[in-house]
Design a protein. Sequence first.
Lengths: 223, 474
Amino acid sequence: MRLLLIEDNDDLAELIVDRFRSLGHAIDRERDGAEADQLLCHMTVDLVILDINLPGLSGDKLLRNMRARGDTTPVLVLTARSAIGDRIGVLDYGADDYLVKPFDLGELAARCRALLRRRSGAASNTFEVGVFRFDRAARQASMNGVDLALRGREIQVLEALLNNLDRLVAKEELADRVYRFDETPSLNALEQTVTRLRRKLDGTPLSIRSIRGLGYILAITDA
Amino acid sequence: MGGGVVAVMGVLTLGLWNYAEVAANRTYDLLLKGAAIAILENVTLGPDGIAIDIPPSALETLGLAPEDRVFYRVFSYTKEPAKTAPLHSTLTGADDLPLPPLPSWPKIAQNGSEVFFDAPYSGSMTRFILRAEALPGLSRDQLLAVEIGQTRIARDALWHDMLARGMAGLLALAMVSLFLLQFGVNRAMRPLAGVEAAIRDREPTDFRPLEAETPREIESLIRAINGFMARLSTSRENVQTFIADVAHQMRSALAALDGRLVHALETSDPEELRSRTLRARDQSRQAVELTNQMLAHAMVIHRADNRLSDRVDLVNLVSATIEDMFRAPQYADVEIEVDIDPPTNGTFVVSGDALSLREALVNLISNAARHAGPTPRIRIVLFSDADEGRVRLGVEDDGPGIAEADIERVRTRFVSLGGTAGTGLGLTIVESVALSHGGSLSLDRSPLGGLAAAMDLPAATVPADSKPGNETAA
């Protein structure tokens, strides 16, 4: 993965750069918002880690510039809690995720990984993570190359959840996607489908979490 | 104020003008009438015709106005002439005195009658009287008339004199009233100037009530100012207490952290070092969480003061918060259940601040998760009572719970029970948010075994133009 870190605090920057390098990623660091903005006009990265409070150009302005240019590179924002509204407004500006300082470096790495996966989950024809592979065109899921033999409805549920990785999908919404309009969806039947799917996904990094009363969340667990 | 006085003055002046004119006229007209009557009384019909014997007194009375000239004539005329101009023949006097148009000539009434008019004569504006009588002996349609004219000099002088004196009086009155008014107002305002001085010279920390030796009119003002200062004083005290608490907590946490790091530095045994460093890490985490909580509390209070008001759909809020919180590894094994009652057509919309409500929910959930049992299970409850207009948002856990006696203590700042080393601010923040939304925090035992903490909030009133899906999720 190639990353760009835009952070003005030297201590924090050093820790983050060390961490990602030790994980085997290529990471560059910028200190100033305006210079980073210039850099991003020419440079392509897989992910940007952006501190909201920057000298030069502020983080949210930089983010808006990126999106205005049509740059859809995933951005994870680091925000300080003391700025009221920082946490929520960021997502409105076009950030993909945020972390509040101080944070755990492990969590930062995990969130970055999740961000990239979410992107690839919705985009390409095959979704791969660890031993799991899902071929959208062939509508086939496999673990370690072995077909998981998912049935029709199970594939529909998996697809719907994969398109909303890490997000809560309401059971009504899931039922809408999975059942045709002439079928009468029974929420009980849906629960049974999900239970079966969950069992088949056992051993893969994918886990389906039930929030009883609301819906489901598909998450990737890092081993 | 001055404008009003001027307007009143204007109206009074007009009235005075009119009155003076009428009064002056009436006075001199009476003199003319008296003279006319006197002359006519001395006209007789004798064997040689009409005999006129003008009494000198008649004209002398008029002569009392020294600068005015007097003219007269006596004549007879036919009552209803065939021609437009009556046939008249002057018997004596100036025969070129002007006459008014015929229809206004006096008809004979019981005591004779007269008409007054103004006309220019001999170079001046002159006031004339024309009085007619029937003379016994004359034929029925023949009348005897006398016309007397007097220039207007004395009359006008009287009019102007009356006007001038009246105006002078009015002006004096106006001046005095204005002066008195100004004086009165100044007098009334003087105590306010006193209040102004008293407040201006105050130290910013002096909230003692103002001394009131004031007129009744501003008593309520003084009371309002004193009330405000009392509230300000209380508010300041609260802030000072808050800051003192925060300072104490932060210093203690950081001191403990420093202590643990020093402790770690004191050993060279790698395993012991690791163990001590891990404990220091825990302490550091606690200090961070404490800081976050205190900032959250300050934020919530600040936002409450600013009275932000969105329509917040609590169902959306719960979904978004779960999505957000449960990505973190510490919630990986927590089983969550959401109980929405009634499941359909219940309104879970409240009017308030999305960010604060979210902060409260985050605290409720993290509290519940921390106190949950070995296989942690928490239940989020959303209950809507449409009749009462209430909405309840609560979180329950399946842990050991809190003893009845201690349950109310958890509301207090920095009190953390249950041996799980929380910051003690979680429920304080939740209560703060509930109160600022016009609701309350309720604490009970949960059927799951642990604590049931819930915010009871008033439901938002439905506006006339509401559309579903407009509500905010934090």
